[in-house]
Design a protein around this ligand. Structure first.
Ligand code: ACM
Ligand code: ZN
Length: 530
């Protein structure tokens, strides 16, 4: 008698267990209604879409590519078969540029959106609804209805390719990962003290001299004076950069390039020493930290150079926003430079902080005149914010609060919650060498980008959230993936999902399924166990 009862109890237990957990979609959609039964996907299914629309055709193609990659078959479209349709709908305008509806019933699946971008996100969610394994050559997708749109417009991630160089093939993989979690902004940190990474035709020495450092510090820069004696470099040609822009755009990701000024510029100065206050010589730095070699703010040739560089950058990157850095610029050289001091006097500035503000304001005017918008790290608030500038708040959230109160747009990216170069364990000896800090998954997940002290009107200036992967200690692609995942998934949910719906315990469960997907895709991650 007992044995007869055990089976139904077990079955019931499984049903309850499955029902209690949201489908493993990350970031969690805004609205989900689960139904009964399954849509069974196999190679006889038809993908239905408007073949005259190139974008929609590409999106359906992405779905089939994924099926083939992971499950070894495509939906090949027999007549009268079950259908998965991708449909643009004018009446879904209220879901915005990125929203979509996904309805899975027993005999068809419909993804609908106002834009191809929305269809792309619907397709990404559908991929995450697929089971990990086929059953009798069928992929059973639960009947479900999803209505989804993002909380924030800027859902970003930054990769530093200055400290370590990552090849184009990896950047494509990286962009695919971002797209999986509906991240829409790839901030490409292209210039650093330790290496300049973008070809600029007018200044060829940037890719002859500035991309190359003679050697690199071994171990942690704060505790080491040992160097490896091995030269290191690399750069992207303009054609490669364009290829990245195109690849990202097909995945609805905007590439925001960063050209650092006035600090973090040693590598450029090594090739063009006339742009520094003393005239050099300067070197491409071999160790990490904040360096005192910065562009001279007094010389006109500095601005000629930077505007020439930006002109080529604007030609490659269609992004509305252009990042000009602005962080960590020591003022030592400016304090004793005749040209800088003359500039301070001539422009009626109080001090070197106002000189930095004047510098950024000048670049702001230049970018605005080209129809673009300047974004910079929160130091650009010091000495006064340039009129059109957007602030990326990294030293906590106070810069962001201040900028929002001044009616400037803000992207929240504080070290405390969004710095993916920080350790993932308190036991640092159990982890690969990192810069420091401790940023566990639940802390990323728990970040609230809109500070309480902002009024409802001011809160509108918080346009989004970004995580940053600095790479002083991240010297290879596997380690980059390990630092990115699964903290990126947590950030994606901060960026996309309504605040009231976030639930860390539920996220952790979905993540366990996500790990299996990542494994199939050959992507490394740091396992977070329940
Ligand atoms: C930064 O982390 N220096 C923006
Ligand atoms: Zn100077």
């Amino acid at each position: 008698m007992k044995q007869i009862l055990i089976l139904p109890v077990l079955v019931l237990f499984f049903i309850i267990n499955i029902a209690a957990q949201s489908p493993a979609i990350i970031p969690l959609p805004k609205e989900i209604k689960t139904g009964n039964g399954y849509f069974s996907l196999n190679q006889e299914c038809t993908l239905k879409f408007d073949t005259s629309n190139e974008e929609v055709t590409r999106i359906a193609g992405f779905f089939n590519e994924y099926l083939e990659n992971i499950y070894g078959f495509k939906a090949e479209g027999k007549r009268n078969a079950k259908t998965i349709s991708f449909k643009l709908q004018n009446n879904l305008k209220k879901l915005g540029k990125e929203g979509y509806r996904l309805k899975a019933e027993k005999n068809n699946i419909e993804i609908e959106a106002f834009t191809p971008n929305g269809l792309f996100y619907g397709m990404q969610s559908l991929k995450q609804l697929l089971p990990l394994e086929a059953t009798n050559d069928q992929l059973n997708i639960p009947c479900i209805e999803i209505k989804d749109e993002p909380r924030f417009a800027w859902r970003g991630n930054m990769l530093d390719v200055g400290r370590h160089f990552f090849p184009v093939s990896f950047l494509k993989k990286y962009i695919d990962i971002l797209a999986m979690y509906k991240i829409n902004t790839f901030h490409w940190h292209l210039t650093e003290d330790q290496g300049w990474r973008l070809e600029i035709k007018k200044y060829p020495l940037l890719t002859e001299i500035s991309h190359w450092r003679d050697e690199t510090i071994v171990g942690h820069a704060l505790r080491s004076d040992e160097y490896d004696g091995i030269g290191y470099g690399g750069f992207y040609t303009q054609d490669q950069a364009r290829e990245i822009v195109r690849y990202a755009a097909e995945r609805y990701i905007t590439v925001v390039p960063e050209i650092e000024m006035p600090g973090h510029s040693s590598a450029a100065l090594a090739a063009y020493p006339n742009l520094g206050c003393t005239g050099g010589p300067y070197e491409v730095k071999k160790t990490w930290g904040v360096h005192k070699d910065v562009y001279c703010a007094g010389k006109e040739e500095t601005f000629t150079f930077l505007q020439d560089v930006l002109n080529e950058v604007l030609d490659i990157f269609p992004s509305e926003f252009i990042h000009v850095g602005g962080d960590e610029c020591p003022k030592d050289a400016w304090e004793v430079c005749e040209n800088c001091q003359r500039r301070i006097k001539k422009e009626g500035l109080q001090d070197e902080h106002e000189l930095q503000s004047w510098f950024i304001t000048r670049m702001d005017g230049f970018l605005t005149s080209k129809g673009r918008r300047l974004i910079g790290w929160d130091e650009i608030l010091e000495g006064g914010l340039a009129p059109q500038a957007t602030v990326m708040s990294w030293r906590g959230i106070k810069g962001g609060i201040e900028a929002a109160k001044q009616k400037h747009d803000v992207v929240m990216s504080p070290t405390t919650h969004m710095y993916l170069d920080y350790y993932q364990s308190e036991d640092k000896n159990s982890e690969p060498l990192a810069i420091g800090g401790f940023l566990p998954l639940d802390k990323v997940y728990g970040f609230e980008p809109v500070p309480e002290e902002l009024s409802r009107k001011e809160a509108k200036y918080i346009i989004g959230v970004q995580s940053n992967l600095w790479t002083e200690y991240v010297s290879n692609t596997e380690y980059a993936e390990y630092m990115l995942l699964p903290r990126l998934q947590a950030q994606s949910e901060v960026s996309w999902t309504p605040k009231e719906q976030k639930d860390f315990a539920d996220f952790e469960k979905r993540l366990q399924t996500d790990y299996h997907r990542l494994k199939k895709l050959g992507i490394k991650y740091r396992k977070h166990t329940l």
